[in-house]
Design a protein around this ligand. Structure first.
Ligand code: ADP
Length: 167
């Protein structure tokens, strides 16, 4: 009788199934404050798979497109100035449930309301300087990764940790 090993099953799954991805971005305040390593390491340690990573100076039109759902809000012009005020670190992370889990790791929009232990809860004090972005749905994860990364900028790889993270 023919039996598939879990590692072979995972490889087949890897080719057939689209795994959930989220767009995480360290905002210019996070970069300026030297928090890049700290923030990346939280997602690494959790066990998600890093698919894309770059330091990038965001043009205004991209910031406007990224935050287009907020364009009627009074803080929108300040938000665009903030996001384009210096380089950001763009990341694509992958894993089952990564979108919602990353939002939990990031914490509430207002850092004063974010739980201790979350990135914003530990590292920020103001909504307008809340150090990190995370997609709010799998659809937006896809949309935002498409906006911020070009074809060929995401890596196809499997971490040696996978069998120690996922049974
Ligand atoms: P989140 O980033 O937690 O998903 P939103 O999508 O509501 O939050 O807002 C996007 C970003 O816009 C926030 O992370 C923050 O940088 C900025 N923002 C939201 N609300 C305010 C506000 N009241 N004042 C200033 N900036 C804001």
């Amino acid at each position: 009788e023919f039996q598939l090993s879990s590692s072979l099953l995972r490889k087949i799954f890897f080719f057939v199934q689209e795994v959930e991805q989220t767009y995480i971005m360290i905002k210019p305040d996070g970069v300026q404050r030297g928090l890049v390593g700290e923030i990346i390491s939280r997602f690494e340690k959790k066990g998600f798979l890093l698919k894309g990573l770059k330091l990038f100076q965001c043009p205004k039109d991209l910031a406007q497109e990224h935050y287009k759902d907020l364009k009627e809000r009074p803080f929108f012009p300040n938000l665009i100035d903030y996001i384009t005020s210096g380089p950001v670190v763009c990341m694509a992370w992958e894993g089952d449930g990564v979108v919602a889990s990353a939002r939990k790791l990031i914490g509430a929009t207002n850092p004063l309301q974010a739980e201790p232990g979350t990135i914003r809860g530990d590292l920020a004090v103001q909504t307008g300087r809340n150090v990190v972005h995370g997609s709010d749905s799998p659809d937006n994860g896809k949309r935002e990764i498409g906006l911020w990364f070009k074809e060929g900028e995401l890596a196809q790889w499997e971490s040696v940790q996978t069998p120690w993270l996922i049974e």
